[in-house]
Design a protein. Structure first.
Length: 298
């Protein structure tokens, strides 16, 4: 087995490769497993064929002549098919350009040989360990003013119902009651209405992870197979507006207490999905180690 100290970097989201990607400074990349020594003043052009660069999807990824580096390039999908469907279609032809394609999309996993199963997850409550999780209120709902996807519209439908009925739910987020940090919208509450932007197999986001880490029971609409990832005793699964309305209408301190132990058991599982960048780098490193461990076939 060779030395496994290959460099693994991530191109920051929103940072285009541009016309001369070879000039991108290595110091400008994200190094989830630790920044290597001796890279000051170096650029993508200085990476070797043993190194790895993980990039988010961009339109030019599929047709550009190169990536400005000898490093192996992997693609990381942080959004579902509803957002990145066009990229996923193009990968039928362009997938060979990439070392791995990190995705949880069931169709893509079956379609291209270098797809690597990678549920998104993520977390926006970095301070969750230090946060006071004492429950002082019944329920929250965090929403923005977006209406593009099914989950966006469902949130607004729930908001309208809450306002009409006077249900015991604090509506928070952009366009509603603002908060300084996201834990303010979760930790003090026994329940939170958690609605993913879309409903797709294997797709769950920081919306669910954050609630579990704050020991707040998610009234959850989203990933249809969420039971493959979490013990659903820690949440209330809903498939429709009517089911969300019923869950909200039957909330109680006793109902929360009956799920609290499951919430605590699921916290380490939720935490394991929290750091997307580190998980992506570790997934690539594991592929390197597996490749090195394969016996020679002469």
């Amino acid at each position: 087995m060779r030395d496994t100290a290959d460099k693994i970097a991530i191109l920051p989201y929103g940072r285009p490769l541009g016309f001369r990607p070879s000039r991108i400074a290595l110091d400008d990349l994200i190094w989830p497993l630790g920044k290597p020594d001796g890279i000051a003043g170096q650029t993508l052009a200085d990476l070797t064929a043993r190194d790895h660069l993980i990039v988010p999807p961009w339109e030019t990824m599929h047709i550009r002549p190169g990536f400005g580096t000898r490093a192996k390039v992997s693609l990381l999908f942080g959004e579902p098919r509803a957002v990145h469907g066009q990229h996923m279609k193009m990968l039928r032809l362009s997938h060979r350009r990439f070392f791995k394609v990190l995705t949880a999309d069931a169709q893509l996993l079956e379609t291209i040989p270098n797809a690597l199963f990678f549920p998104v997850g993520g977390a926006w409550v970095s301070n969750w360990r230090q946060t006071d999780k004492t429950k002082r209120a019944m329920c929250s709902l965090i929403a923005s003013n977006k209406r593009k996807h099914q989950g966006h519209q469902l949130r607004h439908d729930v908001v309208d119902w809450i306002r009409t009925t006077g249900a015991d739910v604090d509506i928070m987020g952009r366009g509603y009651t603002p908060f300084a940090v996201k834990t303010d919208g979760l930790a003090p509450y026994r329940f939170s209405v958690v609605i993913e932007n879309v409903r797709e197999k294997n797709y769950f986001s920081e919306k669910l992870i954050d609630a579990i880490l704050c020991e707040t029971v998610p009234i959850y609409w989203g990933c249809p197979n969420i039971g493959d990832f979490f013990d659903t005793a820690c949440m209330i699964q809903c498939n429709s507006l009517a089911e969300i309305q019923h869950a909200v209408s039957t909330m109680s301190a006793a109902a929360y207490d009956s799920r609290h132990d499951a919430l605590r058991r699921m916290a380490p599982v939720a935490e394991s999905y929290a750091d997307i960048q580190k998980r992506a780098a570790l997934a690539i490193r594991n592929c390197i180690l597996q490749t090195d461990a394969e016996p020679f076939k002469g």
